[in-house]
Design a protein around this ligand. Structure first.
Ligand code: CA
Length: 221
C-alpha cells in the first residue's frame, strides 16, 4: 500500500520512510505542506502520515484543505506537543488518527493498516475475496486454505486487487499503487507480476479486459 509521509524533520522523516518500507509499505516522503497537497492530488495514496508543524502550509491547513475538497484519504497526524487541544483540533479538522512523538514504528504501521482497512470498508484484519485470504500485517496469503509464497510485489499487487474487488483497475492505477517516486518500473512489470500470481494461485483470479484494465471479480474463483 502506498503511503505519503509529510515530515520536515530530516532524521525523523528518513526513519519513518525506512521503517514503513521495511514493513512492506510503498512510501513517498515530502517535507512541506504545499508539496504534500501536490503529491496527494497526483497520486492514489492509501493513507497520509502528516506532521502538524510544517513549512509553507501547516499540517492543519493541509488537512482542512483536503477535507474541504472532499478528499477522503485517511490521515494520521503526528504531533510533538502532547496537548489534548492539539489532538482535538486535528481530529475535528478531519484526521482519522494521531500519534504523539516519539512513537514506535511498529505502532505507526499497525495504525496505518487499521486506517486503510476501515477506509476500504473491511473491518476484519484479514482481507477475504472468494477462496482467497490475505493478512496485511503478517503479509501472508492463502488460497482454498493453502498458504501461497509470493514475492513482495506479487503480494502488494494481490492486496490492491483484493481491496478493489469488483472494480476495474487500469495498468496506470496499479503501477501508481505499487511504486514510489524514483523507483524503476519496467514497462511490462505489472503483467509479469500478474502472470506469476495467476500461475501461483489460479489463472482466473484476475480478468484482463483488453484496452480497459484488470478486474478481480467480487466472487473470485
Ligand atoms: Ca515538524
Amino acid at each position: 500500500m502506498r503511503i505519503l509521509v509529510v515530515e520536515d524533520d530530516a532524521l525523523l522523516g528518513d526513519g519513518i520512510q525506512a521503517g514503513l518500507r521495511q514493513r512492506g509499505f510503498v512510501v513517498d516522503w515530502v517535507r512541506d505542506g504545499v508539496s504534500a497537497l501536490h503529491a496527494i492530488a497526483a497520486e492514489p495514496y492509501a493513507a497520509v502520515v502528516l506532521d502538524l508543524g510544517l513549512p509553507r502550509r501547516s499540517g492543519l491547513e493541509v488537512l482542512k484543505s483536503l477535507r474541504q475538497e472532499k478528499n477522503p484519504v485517511p490521515v494520521l497526524i503526528l504531533t510533538a506537543r502532547d496537548t489534548v487541544e492539539d489532538r482535538i483540533i486535528g481530529l475535528d479538522a478531519g484526521a482519522d488518527d494521531y500519534l504523539v512523538k516519539p512513537f514506535d514504528l511498529g505502532e505507526l504501521s499497525a495504525r496505518l493498516r487499521a486506517l486503510i482497512r476501515r477506509a476500504s470498508g473491511q473491518p476484519a484484519p484479514l482481507i477475504a475475496v472468494g477462496a482467497l485470504s490475505l493478512d496485511p500485517a503478517a503479509r501472508t496469503v492463502s488460497y482454498r486454505g493453502e498458504p501461497k509464497i509470493l514475492s513482495a510485489r506479487e503480494f502488494d499487487l494481490l492486496q490492491v486487487f483484493m481491496s478493489n474487488a469488483g472494480r476495474v483497475l487500469s495498468r496506470e492505477q496499479l503501477a501508481s499503487a505499487l511504486y514510489a517516486w524514483g523507483e524503476e518500473i519496467e514497462s511490462n512489470a505489472i503483467d509479469v507480476h500478474l502472470h506469476h500470481l495467476r500461475k501461483k494461485i489460479s489463472p482466473d483470479i484476475v480478468q484482463t479486459l483488453r484496452g480497459v484494465g484488470y478486474l478481480m471479480p467480487k466472487e473470485a474463483p
